[in-house]
Design a protein around this ligand. Structure first.
Ligand code: EPZ
Length: 418
């Protein structure tokens, strides 16, 4: 894990056009989905991220051939093992999506139980509940999940709570079962729908009605060719960068429908957002109006944009409220923002932000991926120099963010801590 950090001199208004990278969460799901078939799949528009590199390492460890040409991945998973490497799986919770392909290809899977992380305990009880309903035997031993799926079956299953990767796992496994599977209370994030598109290309029949999905799978799924959707969270982060620096930023390659709740919130905060010829324009305006926000499953306001908006609302004119309804511990960036002069009070899942006139540069520490992004945004606005440490968190989910911001006029440099 590298110890790079960012040095940011705040106060510059960002100006210019930036191309949004491919979606991290769609790429991860599709990289694992490629293992459902023995043939060679082609994935285009994959971002250069630590998490993506990890996922490729896991596939290679399992025996798949992976060829990376620019942002394209050619994956040939002819022969694969059934045991995921603990050291890599522990680093990335998305590895839980290895289970359906391993069950399909090998009849069994040995995967280390994903631990918690900075933002919460993040259990996978819903994933396991579906797997058992579909006929999978699940045991746990020494922190490992041992799953056996000799006779998989279609079923009717309702998620007790909406889960993105839980939905992805159920869609992947049911796509391999030649019976009807009815899933209810599914997640509808764009990354989930991108996976549905690919599973249909592979031969599964999937129809969605509200939060219910009917899946009729196929034993032999075909390989696929697919370009991942753009990353809506990177896009949202760049829009907030335009707003917080009172700049004028143009996003190329983002899909506005994926950002409805984010754009609506920016407009409520008195920021000017225009959609024109497939681009999204933002002009940061003063004052930034305070907001009441609560994070929800898509299409609600995304939890992955909460830290970024908290940075923006630190310099709003008045009191804002943010309720974090998805994760139980996703306010770790608050302590670091306080060090920059923010005035924030947290009680349970509610953060109350009293807007201040100024933020001041400080040395701050990243605690998780999106908190790291929030601190970078605060640094772009703050007076003076901000050091954002431990940005391996940032590199998990952003493709050279500092390069993109620099091209927009930010005074930002990456330093490597020796
Ligand atoms: C996905 O995580 C994303 N990761 C997260 O993005 C994102 O924050 C999250 O969805 C919510 O949108 C990937 O797609 C790889 P959940 P996931 O299962 O699937 C609880 C980022 O920044 N839950 O939808 O793990 C869980 O504890 C990352 O890119 C259960 O209780 O999230 C959480 O409170 C961070 N039991 C809530 O549901 C379960 O079996 C939502 O979790 C599963 C989840």
């Amino acid at each position: 894990m590298h110890r790079d950090y960012l040095i940011i001199e705040g106060g510059k208004s960002l100006k210019g056009e930036v191309l949004v990278s491919g979606s991290k969460n769609s790429s991860l799901a599709l990289i694992f989905a490629s293992l459902l078939s023995e043939g060679e799949s082609l994935l285009e528009g994959v971002p250069e991220l630590l998490d993506v590199r990890n996922a490729i390492e896991i596939l290679k460890f399992l025996g798949a051939k992976v060829k990376k040409v620019g942002n394209s991945l050619k994956i040939l998973p002819k022969e694969i093992g059934c045991m995921a490497p603990d050291c890599l799986v522990r680093k990335m919770r998305a590895s839980v999506m290895l289970i359906p392909p391993l069950l399909k290809r090998k009849g069994r899977a040995v995967v280390s139980m994903p631990g918690g992380c900075a933002i919460g305990v993040r259990p996978i009880d819903q994933h396991l509940k579906y797997f058992k309903r579909a006929g999978v035997e699940v045991e746990m031993e020494g922190g490992y999940l041992l799953l056996r799926g000799k006779k998989l079956r279609g079923c009717e299953f309702t998620f007790d709570r909406i889960t993105v990767t839980g939905t992805m796992n159920a869609l992947m496994l049911s796509s391999c079962i030649e019976e009807e599977t009815y899933l209810h209370n599914v997640a509808l994030e764009p990354e989930v729908l991108d996976l549905v598109e690919v599973l249909k290309k592979m031969g599964a029949r999937i129809s969605l009605k509200g939060r219910s999905a009917l899946v009729i799978g196929k034993r032999d799924l075909k390989p696929f060719k697919h370009r991942v959707i753009p990353d809506r969270i990177e896009a949202g982060t760049l829009l907030v960068a335009g707003a917080i620096t009172k700049g004028e930023v143009v996003l190329r390659g983002a899909i506005p429908e994926h950002l409805k709740s984010v754009i609506e919130a920016l407009r409520r905060a008195n920021q000017e957002v225009l959609l024109e010829d497939g681009k999204i324009y933002i002009r940061g305006k003063s004052p930034i109006k305070p907001l009441s926000l609560e994070t929800r499953e898509f299409p609600g306001f995304p939890t992955d944009m909460q830290a970024q908006f908290m940075a923006l609302l630190c310099v709003a004119e008045g009191r804002s409220l943010i309720r974090e309804r998805i994760f139980e511990n996703r306010f770790k960036h608050v302590g670091e923002l306080l060090r920059m002069g923010a005035r924030i009070y947290v009680k349970g899942d509610l953060a109350q932000i009293e807007g201040v006139k100024k933020l001041y540069g400080a040395e701050v520490f990243s605690t998780d991926l999106r908190a790291s992004a929030g601190l970078v945004l605060a640094g772009l606005r703050a007076e003076g120099i901000t050091l954002v440490k431990d940005i391996y968190h940032l590199d998990r989910g952003y493709e050279r963010l500092e390069e993109k911001l620099k091209k927009l006029g930010a005074k930002i440099e990456r330093e490597t801590q020796v």
